[in-house]
Design a protein around this ligand. Structure first.
Ligand code: SF4
Length: 409
């Protein structure tokens, strides 16, 4: 039996280069030896993709922005009689939509059900939906097959999960919907041994990505992990939330463990807008101090912002820019509100008849897909673009600092 795993890469180099998607390397690790599995990387929108007839089953992982392209690939394989199984965040939240384009959908985590998919396919009894009864025991997470990734497409192919999920409930975030508002972490020795293995096998070269949605939610776990990582002499980047800055010991350990770059959702400098997205842990009055603490601890600070929230008028662009300058944020990222399907904000906008674009390819954080309340869609698009232009030099410098720190320049 021949299985083809197809990964869709973002054509945006900066975005692509920082992160590694672990879904398909994990699927590869779970696939039994009797299956002849091949892995392929395709850039989003590439119209020259070759449909490989020497394939029995195709598997892809779907993000909302990639969904139309992945559906088009799925259709091409189905037209020549091949079966297609889809998984990932988007189809887990919209399995009925996905089943218009594929034969089976893996809803939620794939680890516990992937063997069933393979066995059922081989017995010609593929079901439409595969969904685990419970979240996987974090002790059972397999080592992703990072050796299959095409190194030329990344700065570093080293990536690992320390934890999954997040205990917070920000209304725009798919993580909470996907993981059911849980936060689970792996045994520290499993993570450390996996990293050691990457070093020994040449997978780790310059730096490691922690693919966690929030690496330091549980401070005891995080401190224990960082204390062990200190001994490995690695560099890594990850995502966290702003509450970490109130714990100097955590910041110190984080830096000493090799953290060079931290991505944190600032989201908004407008208090009412923050409340509207349930981001209660962000306190605007502490922002400057918090950013300073993280930068003083030695980490490059990426702050992400969401623009066009319901209490944002056009003054939000100036106030955001002024804050970025004052806080001296190394790498700001400006996103237009994007109501991902399945999230609370999507349901709210839908109930208010404010979703105006249903082409998922436009759910890319740079397009306006809903009716903003206090400005026009054009003003929002322009305001966001102008912020990027005004911060261009800052972003370039921050990115170069990162490359220098990980010896990639
Ligand atoms: S803190 Fe971050 S990961 Fe957690 S729910 Fe909010 S946006 Fe999502």
């Amino acid at each position: 039996m021949k299985l083809r795993l197809i990964e869709i890469l973002s054509p945006n180099a900066l975005h692509q280069r920082f992160g590694i998607a672990l879904a398909l390397p994990t699927i590869m690790a779970l696939t039994p030896d009797y299956v002849d599995a091949e892995y392929e990387e395709v850039f989003l929108g590439d119209s020259t993709i070759k449909i490989n007839k020497d394939t029995d089953l195709v598997a892809m992982s779907v993000l909302t922005m990639n969904a139309p392209y992945i559906y088009s690939i799925a259709q091409k394989y189905r037209e020549i009689g091949k079966k297609v199984v889809l998984g990932g965040m988007h189809v887990s939240l919209l399995p009925d939509e996905a089943l218009n384009y594929c034969d089976a959908v893996v809803v939620g985590e794939a680890e516990s059900v992937w063997n069933d998919v393979i066995e059922d396919f081989c017995e010609d009894r593929l079901k439409k939906i595969y969904k685990a009864d419970a979240f996987i025991d974090m002790k059972e997470i397999p080592r992703a097959r990072l050796d299959i990734l095409k190194k030329k497409n990344y700065i570093s192919v080293a990536a690992v999960h320390g934890s999954r999920g997040c205990p917070y409930k920000c209304s725009f975030c798919s993580v909470t919907e996907f993981y059911g508002n849980t936060y689970r972490f792996r045994p520290v020795d499993h993570i450390v041994n996996e990293v050691k293995n990457m070093i020994d096998n040449g997978i780790y070269e310059n730096y490691l990505s922690f693919n966690d949605d929030n690496i330091a939610c549980d401070k005891k776990f995080a401190k224990s992990l960082f204390s062990e990582l200190k001994n490995l002499n690695i560099k890594w980047w990850g995502q966290a939330n702003i509450t970490i800055s109130s714990d100097p010991e955590l910041l110190k350990l984080m830096y000493e463990s090799g953290c060079v770059y931290l991505c944190i959702g600032i989201e908004s400098v407008n208090a009412k807008s923050l409340t509207s997205i349930d981001k209660s842990m962000n306190k605007i009055e502490n922002y400057i101090d918090f950013v300073k603490k993280i930068r003083d601890a030695g980490m490059i600070f990426q702050g992400t912002f969401i623009l066009g929230l319901d209490f944002d008028d056009e003054s939000i662009f100036n106030s955001t820019y002024e804050f970025v300058e004052k806080a001296d944020i190394d790498l700001p990222a400006f996103n237009i509100v994007t109501p991902m399907p399945g999230t609370k904000i999507y349901r709210d906008f839908e109930n208010e008849n404010r979703i105006i674009v249903r082409d998922w390819s436009k759910y890319n954080n740079l397009s306006v897909v809903y009716k903003p309340k206090l400005m026009s869609a054009d003003a929002l698009t322009k305001g966001c673009r102008d912020l990027y232009i005004a911060s261009n030099e800052r972003i370039r410098k921050g990115y170069n600092t990162f490359l220098e720190r990980v010896n990639c320049k």
